[in-house]
Write a protein that binds this ligand. Structure first.
Ligand SMILES: Cc1cc2nc3c(=O)[nH]c(=O)nc-3n(C[C@H](O)[C@H](O)[C@H](O)COP(=O)(O)OP(=O)(O)OC[C@H]3O[C@@H](n4cnc5c(N)ncnc54)[C@H](O)[C@@H]3O)c2cc1C
Length: 485
């Protein structure tokens, strides 16, 4: 373990740091936190924007609205909960009722997603032939996979049938990736589910066995906040409390968290990485024994262009679609439903452009003034590239017209209260066919550069819990590398 005093506030000196973490999204912050916890003191985290959190954007206004423009909730995975507890957020955690129904909009109305076998039998989302098809497929009675990498569409059609894909799987893909099931790789995007079939011969058998594993894991986390099945998490003032609390704790421990520091180039001289940053006060040069890049794939690709050209090429092929998060509020009286639920997803076959809507103020208390309903709508994605050409006002109108078809009284005269429109030009990395091969290329070239690491949401899952879990694993590798050196 290192015991050198912290001098990271003056990186341009000739001193060599232990670790430079590039990017202060949840991945970079989780890694820095873990390394500092492991007693590495010469750690610097550099972020291009003037705030930490990356994709996490929680906002509030004086009218009493509190909303998210990026991730809206998270699966309370043990690694995430532990991190939250370590940075003092145990009492700030809020959990949405796991029993809140999720809906799919089909044939002009909302249909609750079946959450149990009896509900699956009763659901109107599938006809009888397809229910039987789905049940048999889930138990393992499905055609074997064809040679080659299967798309999400091919994998789930083979297992569960075409109708289940159109009405259940594809809307879910819209909700998580804003992606195209025909392009996404089943193995890369749904690794856990893919392995259930591969290892256990069926989704049901696999799910039962893996739930046993989960229970065994739970016993190891007895000190963490208790979470019931299906509950989703956030924090009292929004998800941004987590990155902000991590950054605050890092600073309190003497670690420099630099904002408005944009990494422009990276090279290795002998055993030392030389990183050049644009900062508000001019160029800063950081020397470090190791570097971890948590930047998006297209940024990392540019940074590695000269140094690791094959990795750079592979990273540049990872596609990010444009997605807009449109936060609107309406008086509760304008809805046809009682709005007791998590939200709704919309299959692409239903003549509605919006991908889905989270009923934000139904999920967590205190997100909208009395009598108002706050909605977070997603629109755009791989299948709707034309969205990128719309103005913000046009996007709001497109979503409003859709809401009149899905949730609002069709003849409502009320215009939406437009709280925020956040257009993410490059929103979520798509784990498309060939993704795992691309990552293998990146990994192979990284092996040639001891001390250089990549940990970001294009590897091993986009969810916040995945980013944290992967970050902790990467921190362990860095810790071992530094000790070996
Ligand atoms: C619209 C949207 C909705 C989502 N919804 C959910 C959800 O409900 N639940 C969930 O679990 N997940 C959700 N996700 C996914 C999740 O939010 C992200 O995968 C995760 O936050 C990514 O974290 P990260 O640290 O890997 O990357 P980022 O958050 O992208 O962080 C990378 C950081 O690197 C910085 N950077 C870039 N270039 C440079 C440079 N040259 N120098 C220095 N710094 C640089 C960036 O400014 C950024 O802060 C959503 C994502 C989006 C976009």
């Amino acid at each position: 373990m290192s015991s050198t005093p912290n001098q990271t506030d003056n990186p341009s000196s000739s001193q060599t740091l232990d670790v430079l973490v590039v990017g202060a999204g949840i991945s970079g912050l989780a890694i820095a936190h873990e390394l500092v916890f492991a007693k590495w003191r010469q750690v610097l985290i550099a972020e291009a924007q003037d705030r930490v959190g990356g994709a996490i954007v929680s906002m509030q206004n004086e009218e009493g609205y509190l909303w998210e423009e990026g991730p809206n909730s998270f699966q309370p995975a043990p690694e995430l909960l532990r991190l939250a507890v370590e940075v003092g957020l145990k009492d700030e955690l809020v959990l949405a009722n796991g029993k809140l129904p999720r809906f799919v909009f089909l044939n002009g109305r909302l249909n609750a997603l079946p959450m149990s076998p009896p509900a699956a039998i009763a659901t109107k989302l599938l006809n009888w032939g397809n229910k039987i098809r789905l049940a048999l497929g889930a138990m393992g009675f499905a055609r074997p996979a064809m040679a080659g990498e299967e798309s999400v569409d091919q994998f789930f059609s083979r297992l569960l049938g075409k109708q289940a894909v159109e009405r259940l799987v594809a809307p879910f893909i819209s909700g998580v990736y804003a992606g195209d099931p025909k392009k996404l790789s089943a193995k890369a995007a749904f690794g856990k589910i893919f392995r259930l079939e591969e290892s256990y011969g069926g989704l049901v058998a696999g799910a039962l066995l893996s739930s046993k594993e989960r229970k065994a894991q739970k016993a190891n986390h007895a000190d963490l906040p208790k979470v019931k099945a299906g509950e989703l998490g956030s924090f009292r003032q929004g998800i941004k409390m987590l990155p902000e609390a991590i950054a605050q704790k890092l600073r309190a421990q003497g670690t420099a968290v630099k904002q408005k520091w944009t990494l422009r180039s990276l090279e290795k001289q002998g055993e030392v990485y030389i990183s050049k940053f644009d900062t508000p006060t001019g160029e800063e040069i950081v020397r470090s024994r190791s570097v971890v890049l948590t930047t998006p794939a297209y940024v990392t690709a540019k940074l590695l262009q000269d140094y690791l050209p094959n990795a750079s090429q592979a990273l540049s092929e990872i596609f990010y679609p444009t997605v807009a998060c449109v936060v609107l509020a309406y008086p509760k009286t304008e809805f046809i439903y009682d709005m007791q639920g998590f939200g709704n997803l919309i299959p692409r076959t239903q003549g509605v452009r919006t991908l889905g809507t989270i009923w934000s103020s139904s999920l967590f208390a205190g997100r909208a003034p009395q009598g108002w309903q706050l909605l977070l709508n997603f629109i755009g994605g791989t299948l709707d590239p034309a969205l990128a050409k719309l103005s913000e006002a046009e996007i709001v109108q497109a979503v409003h017209q859709d809401l009149k078809k899905t949730l609002l009284k069709p003849n409502t005269k009320v215009e939406p209260k437009a709280i925020a429109v956040h257009v993410w030009d490059k929103a979520i990395p798509q784990y498309e066919i060939g993704h795992l091969q691309r990552l293998a290329t990146v990994d192979a070239e990284l092996q040639k550069s001891a001390g250089l690491y990549i940990s970001a949401n294009f590897i091993g899952g986009v969810a916040l819990g995945d980013c944290i879990k992967r970050g902790l694993q990467e921190a362990l590798k860095i810790d071992q590398f530094l000790k070996r050196q």
